[in-house]
Design a protein around this ligand. Sequence first.
Ligand SMILES: [Zn+2]
Length: 200
Amino acid sequence: MSSASAKNKNPRSRKSKSPLKKTAKKSAKWPHEKNILFRPDRYHYVKAEKNSFLKECVFCVTAKAPASFETLCLYKGALAQVVMNKYPYNAGHLLVLPLRHEGDLLTLSEAEMTEIYKLTRVAVKALRTEYAPQAFNIGLNLGAQAGAGIPEHMHYHIIPRWAGDTNFFPLIAETKVIIEDLAQTYRRLEKYFKVLANEV
Ligand SMILES: [Zn+2]
């Protein structure tokens, strides 16, 4: 058991001093740094966030390491990668991005754009098969003023959407309830990208 969970027998009773919020500030650089209530096992990730690999650009870390749950990378190709958003808007919120630490759309190569587009299609297919969403938001926040959480390493968002999936929690407390934890999402999606790795 982590020290955080040992001290707080009832984690949901703590509202203003969430350990997740505190550690998210320290590691920084992840987009959508809201206080997320993962169910059922959120403290596992609070502990994981203390790992030193999150001190540098998280997307460069995933680019250097093999795809794994530890870095939330589902797939690493020759030029681009698919990473789970640590602070998802919805379950299955994925990011598709170049391996290179590049913040500008215009300086990506044709080959990088082609691979990003291919991985976007694979991600949509995987999410559609596994989660059966009714729609998707797919897009890029180009620059900090546009809302990019990590503007220096551009990334496309792929967000599955369902009717009524915006509940009142984000509005009143900057807190979003996710119906499954990150490990569950990773397990559900990794098989689709393993197939892709075998094809290349
Ligand atoms: Zn980077």
